[in-house]
Unconditional design. Structure first.
Length: 180
């Protein structure tokens, strides 16, 4: 299996540095332009399957980049982390990112999706597609948090416990290699 991940195009919350989480925001005009550019960049990528988060920003991005006009599979496991009460809060003003993205946080983030639950969800997705699409090339359109957690799933949780490695820019495409 070959797996390529792409983060959705830019949203207004990205510009405003807000924690979007499961807030269902579409991409903005810059995000559309990013997706169109990404479509050209991946034109030579011979993907067999395209799987996307069902959140509007990822869904819209997937529709734009899908130059091969394949059916898009929407999978809830690719959604961003549910930020709970922090949804739409300004990044860093209300939360310590190192703690919020820590597998064993010091603070209780109440109704936010526990990071260990997200880790299990991401791992379940990866093991499922590895089995289901063993000889295929997959393009997954998803979110920054998903990619960070996938990175840690494949390469191990850092000693400090914060899943901050593997950040991905809007419409960046990255091949995921579990053997790094």
């Amino acid at each position: 299996m070959r797996l390529f991940v792409m983060r959705h195009g830019q949203t207004n919350n990205n510009i405003e540095r807000k924690m979007t989480g499961r807030y269902d925001e579409d991409i903005n005009s810059a995000g559309v332009a990013q997706a169109l550019s990404a479509r050209e960049q991946i034109a030579e990528l011979d993907y067999d399957v395209i799987i996307a988060s069902p959140l509007l920003r990822a869904k819209h991005t997937a529709e734009i980049v899908n130059g091969r006009n394949l059916p898009i599979i929407y999978d809830d496991r690719l959604q961003e982390r549910d930020m709970g009460y922090l949804t739409n809060a300004e990044i860093h003003s209300n939360v310590d990112g190192h703690d919020f993205w820590n597998i064993e946080p010091k603070k209780d983030y109440r109704d936010a999706e526990p990071l260990n639950a997200m880790y299990a969800r991401v791992g379940d997705f990866y093991e499922d597609i590895k089995r289901r699409y063993a000889k295929k090339t997959i393009l997954a359109v998803t979110h920054d948090g998903f990619v960070r957690v996938l990175h840690s799933y494949l390469h191990g949780i850092p000693e400090h416990g914060a899943l901050l490695e593997g950040r991905i820019r809007n419409c960046e495409v990255r091949e995921i290699n579990a053997d790094l």
